[in-house]
Design a protein around this ligand. Structure first.
Ligand SMILES: C[S@@+](CC[C@H](N)C(=O)[O-])C[C@H]1O[C@@H](n2cnc3c(N)ncnc32)[C@H](O)[C@@H]1O
Length: 920
């Protein structure tokens, strides 16, 4: 039985995981006690992904059972209690859905707390509505700030206008209206900084009580340290309130060694621009900042007791207000005395003094040159006092929920109060001006007062949270690795996830700053990124991701969907993701990108053209398919079983500007690739050759406009097709021998041609996108190995006959043996019929394997140029013979990037490694 949910955060009796409590506080106290006991368990603490923090610090962040800043012992209970068990008989059918991940970036709720590479909840809502029903369990294992949770709950509180517009758009697209209502959500992230944000976004709190507490906190801080932000107005007696102070680094002139205050020399007061070239006020020499030395000063670091060096920074400008009017001044003696007085105060106790770990961002760039090696070095004295005071004030709040949301507010000033906050004269506001996604210490930083930093934020938070409603029992948050989710098998209805992509963002390192304030830090070991310092290359990244996808696969119900957002333009990372997904048993049903100009979705047709922000829709095949394969083994029938079940999952029609779009995943060649991945993943030999597959597909499944369908789907397609004038066209990109052959096949199917006709057309395809290490094939060789030429003997083949009689009036209605038809057909290349194609393929395979043997025998340096087709044929043959050694040894002869950039090779290679490790 489902228990009633508490509709707000106010006190009163509550139910939680089947137990009744007199109040939320009692519920919290009960689970806090259990969590405290659990934290004493060394096995619990030693699991991978467990954050680094004391029991007290972990408990201080947590609100069990709904949120724990460590692996959550109640995750499984939550899902068992609120989810529905997997029922193989329940009917569930969905087509893949493309979404625009940039929608909603200006929404107040989305902006309520920043996080690296957030996906807005409004971009996720349509997916959740499409794939799930109210009450279903949605999972995001790389949840970051928890926007998937916000989206899941938003489905239950979306305003009427939003619902109306979405329903209208869906109706126009021929889709039924969604079922509104909140979904349950399980959120996980490796980083406690992330899960703390996610928990605050997703667990209910009393917004009005928060407003009061927030205002009180700012007033108290103002009362206590307001004197630090006083300055004298130009009249010499009126006191002004400082909004922010601009601090500048000091340089030494390369010519006369004189001191140059960067801001004074570089900032043009009239244009508010920062000049690239600085003029020395002493000798007049002009030079770039980079050509001058940064001036350092020594200081005693009280935390470590060592003598350290830091860049000399001086206050260069003050923006302050008297009443409501804003003024600007150069700091005067009084200001300097005031700052000196603050600098002499003891370091605040709450200020963290952790040293940054050795990480990429500290080895290069401005973090290195400014010697920013510890958290407390990132704060100037006044900012350190202000932020510490705010933090302590928030922490001291007696109500646990309000305490958490106050910290959520103050947290947002952690970057803003630091030396990362760049002074940006051309911007009106200097709040949150740090460069995102990286630690970048500015040459001139702006240091704002507490009210300047947080006054507006408080108002915006209140506005954002007022229109949104979270319910107790709707969300649960876990801190740990997605590779080890404490959830039962087949318990989740849908996964939406936005994992880290390669080496763009170092989340653990970036979150270290905020996490130091909390005293609980990410365990970086299982972080799925490419990171040279931690010896994680693309293959390591792939395996980390694979472990996480395997876990997603385990907990997702069979037949259900996962949406993966991908944003990286490196083909190697893209392939790593594709292989990782397929190795764990997911099947890719659609990959789309948003055409930013047209605002429409397009499928990704070439694995080499990886655009930003792709949406990958994958499904977990239903249990029946797996069981049947296990029973029958890899037979041709099991291949057709896979195809049958795969076709069921694909979109039937897609429209763009009222025209039908070619559905790439229905291309027989793509289905063949998916089928290979399926068998390789199940450690089975692929039961059909490419031509056998294509031939069999044609005879078993109706083909329309070059796409394969199930019979009932073909009926739907035909209906739509009758309403449009043109057949959909497939975009083809030629990047290697395989795609060149595919291009030729498509071309010759439509237009059997002579070499002279074909050559100029073909040349235009062999452009810039050609893969680096792939040998360029000769057109003649490709034609001879894959196609047939009519030599004038016998009847004109029907492929040429039908082309000529359709396109040449004078050749219409002629017999296949008519001399003028034969003359016109002479020397034309055409696509062989299925039996001939199988023969040709066998011949071709033989030749490829012969060449593979040459690669195998080559000694010495790595192969620089080779044919991917040879490698693919060789890997496949070796795989079938379970000769993993050959795959591995040949893979080692080719450059890493060539292997990583070819999804097919990578698939064989990766499995060969796994198999040979398993048998070692
Ligand atoms: C692209 S971000 C997700 C951002 C999120 N979509 C949002 O809107 O805030 C990827 C997240 O994956 C997390 N992460 C990295 N490795 C992980 C792992 N092994 N398990 C769980 N989370 C991980 C990072 O801490 C980061 O927060």
């Amino acid at each position: 039985m489902k228990e009633p949910i508490n509709h707000d955060a106010k006190s009163g009796p509550v139910e939680c995981l089947g137990q009744s409590f007199p109040s939320e506080d009692a519920r919290r106290a009960h689970f806090m006690q259990l969590l405290a006991e659990k934290l004493k368990d060394t096995d619990f603490r030693s699991q991978q992904g467990f954050p680094d923090g004391t029991d007290d610090a972990i408990l201080a962040m947590s609100d069990p059972p709904y949120y724990t800043a460590c692996p959550n012992p109640w995750l499984a209970d939550f899902v068992r209690r609120y989810g529905t068990p997997y029922d193989p008989a329940a009917k569930y059918e969905r087509e893949p859905l493309a979404i625009d991940v940039s929608v909603g970036k200006t929404d107040a709720l989305y902006r309520a707390h920043s996080y690296h590479t957030k996906v807005p909840h409004l971009a996720i809502v349509p997916s959740i509505l499409h794939y799930t029903q109210p009450g279903d369990v949605v999972l995001d294992g790389f949840a970051g700030s928890g926007m998937t949770g916000v989206a899941a709950q938003w489905c239950g509180c979306a305003p009427a206008t939003y619902r109306f517009e979405l329903e209208l758009a869906w109706k126009r697209a021929g889709r039924a209206a969604p079922k509104w209502g909140a979904r349950r959500v399980v959120l996980n992230d490796l980083s406690p900084a992330a899960t703390f944000i996610a928990a605050n976004y997703n667990l209910p709190f009393d917004v009005d009580a928060f407003v009061k507490a927030g205002k009180r906190l700012l007033t108290e801080v103002e009362h206590e340290i307001g004197w630090m932000y006083e300055t004298l107005h130009t009249d010499g007696k009126t006191k002004g309130r400082i909004d922010f102070t601009v601090w500048s680094e000091v340089l030494n002139c390369a010519s006369c060694a004189g001191e140059i205050v960067f801001t004074t020399a570089a900032l043009d007061e009239n244009t508010q621009r920062v000049d690239d070239i600085l003029t020395c006020p002493h000798c007049g020499v002009q030079a770039k900042k980079e050509q001058m030395d940064l001036q350092f000063e020594s200081f005693l670091d009280h935390a470590s007791g060592t003598l350290e060096k830091r860049p000399k920074r001086v206050p260069a400008l003050i923006k302050y207000r008297v009443e409501k009017t804003v003024y600007e001044k150069i700091p005067d003696t009084h200001d300097l005395q005031q700052l000196a007085k603050i600098a002499a105060l003891p370091m605040p106790a709450a200020l963290p003094t952790d040293r940054f770990p050795d990480c990429q961002m500290l080895r290069v760039g401005r973090m290195k040159t400014t010697r920013s090696t510890a958290i407390h070095f990132m704060y100037l004295p006044r900012a350190a006092h202000a932020l510490s005071r705010l933090w302590e004030g928030a922490r001291a709040h007696p109500d646990a929920k309000i305490r958490a949301i106050l910290l959520f507010m103050v947290e947002q000033a952690i970057w803003g109060f630091s030396t990362l906050n760049r002074y940006s004269p051309s911007h009106f506001s200097q709040v949150n001006r740090a460069l995102s996604g990286v630690y970048y210490v500015a040459s001139q930083s702006s240091e704002g007062s507490p009210s300047y930093n947080l006054g507006g934020k408080l108002d915006r938070l209140v506005k954002a949270f007022h229109g949104y409603r979270t319910l107790t029992g709707n969300a649960i948050v876990n801190t740990g690795t997605a590779a080890r989710l404490p959830l039962p098998d087949a318990s989740v209805d849908y996964v939406f996830t936005d994992p880290p992509f390669g080496e763009n963002i170092y989340y653990a390192d970036l979150n270290f700053l905020v996490e130091s304030w909390h005293g609980v830090k990410t365990d970086p070991a299982p972080e799925a990124i490419v990171d040279r310092i931690r010896q994680k290359g693309v293959p390591e990244y792939q395996h980390l991701m694979q472990a996480c996808f395997a876990e997603y696969h385990r907990v997702l119900k069979p037949g259900r969907w996962m949406t993966v957002v991908f944003s990286n333009s490196r083909a190697a990372v893209w392939n790593a993701i594709q292989v990782a997904l397929q190795q764990t048993g997911f099947v890719v049903a659609e990959v789309t990108a948003l055409d930013k100009q047209q605002g429409s979705f397009q499928q990704v047709t070439s694995p080499n053209v990886v655009k930003q922000d792709l949406v990958i829709s994958v499904y977990k095949p239903n249990g029946g398919l797996e069981q049947r394969l296990a029973r029958s083994g890899a037979t041709p029938e099991s291949a057709w079983d896979f195809v049958q079940s795969h076709l069921e999952q694909l979109s039937v029609t897609k429209l763009k500007d009222d025209a039908l779009v070619f559905i790439v995943e229905r291309d027989p060649r793509r289905i063949f690739d998916r089928m290979i991945a399926w068998f390789v993943r199940h450690d089975a030999a692929v039961p059909l050759s490419s031509e056998e597959f294509l031939n069999g597909l044609r005879s078993r499944f109706p083909e329309r406009d070059g796409m394969a369908f199930l019979p009932e789907q073909a009926v739907i397609y035909d209906k739509k097709r009758a309403q449009v004038s043109k057949a959909p066209q497939m975009d083809m990109f030629v990047s290697d021998e395989r795609s060149a052959i595919d291009w030729l096949a498509d071309f010759l199917k439509q237009r059997p041609s002579t070499y002279q006709e074909l050559h100029p057309e073909f040349i235009t395809q062999m452009g810039a996108g050609w893969k680096k290490h792939e040998a360029k094939p000769e057109l003649t060789a490709m034609l001879e190995n894959n196609f047939l030429k009519f030599d004038g003997n016998g009847e004109v083949p029907s492929q040429i006959h039908s082309y000529l009689s359709t396109n040449h009036k004078d050749l219409r209605g002629l017999a296949k043996s008519a001399p003028n038809l034969i003359a016109k057909a002479l020397d034309r290349w055409y696509v062989p019929d299925p039996t001939k194609a199988i023969d040709l393929e066998k011949k071709r395979d033989k030749a490829l394997l012969k060449e593979f043997a040459v690669y195998q025998g080559s000694t010495g340096r790595k192969l620089k140029e080779f044919r991917l087709e040879v490698l693919r044929a060789g890997f496949r043959a070796a795989w079938t013979a379970k000769d993993y050694k050959t795959i591995i040894s040949v893979a080692q002869k080719i450059p890493d990037e060539a292997l990583q950039e070819d999804e097919k090779l990578l698939l064989w290679y990766d499995q060969a490694l796994t198999r040979s490790e398993a048998s070692a």
